[in-house]
Ligand binder design. Structure first.
Ligand SMILES: Cc1cc2nc3c(=O)[nH]c(=O)nc-3n(C[C@H](O)[C@H](O)[C@H](O)COP(=O)(O)OP(=O)(O)OC[C@H]3O[C@@H](n4cnc5c(N)ncnc54)[C@H](O)[C@@H]3O)c2cc1C
Length: 214
């Protein structure tokens, strides 16, 4: 376990924030996650790494969960506080031999965009489309990080996104070519449904990568 000093907190919405920490000698493969909590506390939770492999600091994107213990506490952390990190963990990662050869479709709901942000920030030259499913437009976390036209915001509660409806509805109306490599990250309902739709569209199931948050 390592202790990392908080550098800054970036509030993206009233409930969602990014914690930037010192990286020290921590290394990870883009797509992996850490466990995070205040130094000395036994309460820790898993958070995907938002920053790129090459950034000089480490960032996580967190949504405060109603009645949540750790996501609420971390929202109150301040520059200079020490956080304990364990990891990196997980196998949600890109295949080196595919990165510059394949077409990618990333499908994320809510903060499930975090490891995808890390993929794209680490490999900005990738050929990708990103479907981001949220309730409201304000949850389009730092959409300027993605190349114009590659990011499609699907809003289910407002008509303010690029598409009004869930990512799964977008997928049904906009079929995917079978040579696409798909990565899914977010809530399990979206993942199960999107998986079925992609299977019916003939996308080989091997290259579908999933990460279920809870
Ligand atoms: C591999 C992995 C990566 C993750 N990466 C991220 C990430 O990058 N950003 C992020 O914000 N979260 C991420 N999570 C979720 C995170 O680990 C916590 O579960 C979340 O922050 C809630 O913790 P808490 O202590 O605040 O809530 P808890 O005190 O554990 O739970 C309080 C209540 O909220 C419910 N709940 C728990 N988690 C959620 C949730 N995510 N949404 C809605 N309700 C919930 C519980 O069922 C419970 O009723 C990830 C989870 C996993 C497994």
């Amino acid at each position: 376990m390592r202790s990392h000093k908080v550098i800054e907190i970036r509030n993206l919405t009233p409930s969602t924030y990014i914690i930037r920490m010192e990286k020290n000698d921590f290394t990870f493969k883009t797509g992996q996650y850490i466990t995070l909590g205040f130094s000395g506390s036994i309460d820790r939770r898993e958070y995907s790494i938002y920053s790129s492999e090459n950034d000089e600091h480490l960032e996580v994107l967190i949504k405060e969960v109603e009645n949540g213990l750790v996501s609420k506490k971390l929202k109150r952390c301040k520059p200079g506080d020490k956080l304990d990190i364990d990891g990196p963990f997980g196998h949600f990662s890109l295949q080196n031999d595919e990165i510059n050869k394949k077409k990618f479709l990333f499908i994320a709901t809510g903060t499930g965009i975090s490891p995808i942000h890390s993929f794209i920030a680490t490999h900005p030259e990738m050929d990708y489309r990103l479907l981001h499913g949220v309730r409201k437009e304000e949850e389009a976390y730092e959409r300027d990080s993605y190349e114009n036209g590659n990011y499609i915001l699907c809003t289910s509660r407002e008509k303010t996104g690029d598409f009004h409806g869930r990512v799964t509805e977008y997928l049904k109306q906009n079929p995917v070519s079978s040579d696409t490599v798909c990565y899914l990250c977010g809530n399990c309902h979206m993942i199960y449904e999107a998986y079925d739709i992609l299977e019916k569209q003939g996308v080989q199931l091997g290259p579908i990568h999933t990460e279920v948050y809870f």
